[in-house]
Write a protein that binds this ligand. Structure first.
Ligand code: 13P
Length: 261
């Protein structure tokens, strides 16, 4: 049957086909890398490689705050969405080193990473703070990318499900699942070259979907995603995208990941 697909932010609504399809979201987290000049030359190389990307996916990059305007001022900005790497739960105030939604919206940002394992570990970010960031991001019109993940010790003690359940229940309280991305990033797989087996990652992503209770919530996997493992990861039923660190810093690698099969 012919269908009439209409594309909205994170979903395809396929009316005659009577289905709502989740779009996959391929996101690069640049962490504390790239000056404005480096971001500019990256985009010159990267954008031509994703200009013909399939309609069933979105490509997002989370640059450091200083390079965000390099993205929004780029002439081919339409091919990419911008994420911030953090967001505060107030629009302004005495919060040194924080950034607010209205400051980001002014630069065309549409996503905000919250609860990444690095601020959880280095700055003792709690589930309660993560929740406040996610709720305020949504009410400000941004889509939070909320990261969850267990340590190696927790996994070896058989506690992965319990840790993820706590992070999801506390971190996502009062959030709207239709404007949400959850990134499952096992901490032991981040920056180590040690990827979680695709089937194991899929099991946790399925648990997250059940805990949230909304079938169409977008769930990403993150942790040593590379051009050589992206196709297998994206073939999993409950994985709707990836959050990529190291491999997103190279335009060719990230373009290969974005153009997964
Ligand atoms: P790597 O892809 O470098 O393992 O980093 C993953 C990550 O932390 C993305 O947020």
């Amino acid at each position: 049957m012919n269908s009439w697909p209409i594309q909205l932010n994170l979903y395809y609504y396929d009316f005659l086909g009577d289905s709502i399809l989740r779009k996959s979201v391929i996101a690069g987290n640049w962490k504390m890398h790239m000056t404005c000049a480096e971001a500019k030359s990256y985009l010159q190389e990267f954008i031509p490689l994703i200009k013909n990307i399939k309609d069933d996916r979105k490509v997002v990059i989370a640059p450091p705050f200083t390079a965000i305007s390099t993205f929004s001022n780029h002439s081919d900005f339409d091919y990419l969405d911008i994420s911030s790497q953090n967001i505060h739960w107030e629009d302004e105030g005495a919060f040194t080193a924080e950034i607010s939604p209205k400051m980001l919206l002014e630069h065309g940002v549409s996503y905000a990473i919250v609860g990444h394992s690095e601020p959880r570990k280095y700055f003792s970010e709690s589930d309660e703070q993560i929740n406040k960031r996610a709720v305020f991001a949504q009410s400000s019109g941004l889509t939070p990318i909320v990261c969850v993940g267990e340590t190696l010790e927790q996994r070896e003690r058989g506690e992965a499900d319990r840790v993820i359940t706590r992070q999801v229940e506390q971190g996502l309280e009062n959030t709207n699942p239709s404007n949400l991305i959850v990134a499952y990033e096992p901490i032991w797989a981040i920056g180590t070259g040690r990827t979680c087996e695709a089937k194991d990652a899929n099991k946790i992503c399925s648990l997250i979907r059940k805990l949230i209770g909304f079938d169409d919530v977008i769930i990403q996997y993150g942790g040593s995603v590379k051009p050589n493992n992206i196709d297998e990861i994206m073939s999993m039923s409950d994985i709707d995208g990836v959050l990529v660190g190291g491999a997103s810093l190279d335009p060719n690698s990230f373009a290969r990941i974005a153009n997964y099969q």
